[in-house]
Write a protein that binds this ligand. Structure first.
Ligand SMILES: O=P(O)(O)OP(=O)(O)OP(=O)(O)OC[C@H]1O[C@@H](n2cnc3c(O)ncnc32)[C@H](O)[C@@H]1O
Ligand SMILES: [Mg+2]
Length: 197
């Protein structure tokens, strides 16, 4: 079976990716699955693209094989695009999903439904030895609810209603999320690269 390293330690993202790569017959490994431990990579960029490059290129250098990284987050219009690139640490360094979404709900208190628009964004970076890094961006438009609902997914999924859905992203099954997500939309754009692996 073909194999690919994803430069992430996020278990929720990895679940998405395992499902997304399965149809291609590719087994994906996260940085937590490797026998050699990989230290945390500092995300010093100010854009999704910069951080995706930092993660993909660092791990590509370590193993000298092609690596994909995902930098993603949620942009909320009423918060001027926040949490954005800082989505993982919005409520502090602990990277606490529940604290993050509670902070968003707090900041959106009193904001009417029609102004609660936003989107998930995912930038994928493909780093390959001796080649220029490739980037593709995927988005998923939606609205932010006023309470957390649903048990699936991770991060901000329980407060995000994908456009046209009466269920939050966390009420969708993995298969349903993987048909419409920002991650799926970005992956669609590198399908040809994935197929030639
Ligand atoms: O950098 P890695 O190790 O991949 O893991 P991370 O969690 O730090 O990942 P990011 O830096 O890309 O930050 C992404 C954050 O955006 C949010 N997020 C991204 N994709 C999401 C999704 O599909 N559903 C819900 N929240 C998501 C969630 O809070 C993530 O922690
Ligand atoms: Mg990160």
């Amino acid at each position: 079976m073909k194999e690919l390293i994803i430069a992430t330690k996020n278990k929720g993202k990895m679940k998405d990716f395992i499902g997304l790569f399965e149809p291609f017959g590719i087994k994906v490994y996260s940085l937590s699955d490797l026998s050699e431990p990989v230290e945390d990579i500092e995300e010093t960029g100010t854009t999704f693209q910069e951080n995706a490059a930092i993660k993909a290129e660092a791990v590509c250098r370590m193993f000298n094989i092609p690596v994909i990284a995902d930098d993603s987050g949620i942009e909320i219009d009423a918060l001027n695009g926040a949490p954005g690139v800082y989505s993982a640490r919005y409520a502090g360094e602990a990277k606490d999903d529940l604290a993050n979404l509670e902070k968003v709900l707090d900041e959106l208190k009193g904001v009417p439904e029609e102004q609660r628009t936003g989107r998930f964004v995912c930038v994928l970076a493909i780093a390959q030895p001796g080649q220029k890094t490739i980037f593709k961006r995927g988005e998923c438009e939606g609205t932010i609810g006023d309470q957390a609902i649903g048990e699936h997914g991770f991060g901000y999924d329980p407060i995000f209603y994908p456009a046209g859905s009466s269920r939050t992203m966390a009420e969708l099954t993995l298969e349903e999320k993987n048909q419409i997500s920002h991650r799926k939309n970005a992956l669609d754009k590198i399908e040809n690269w994935v197929k030639q692996l």
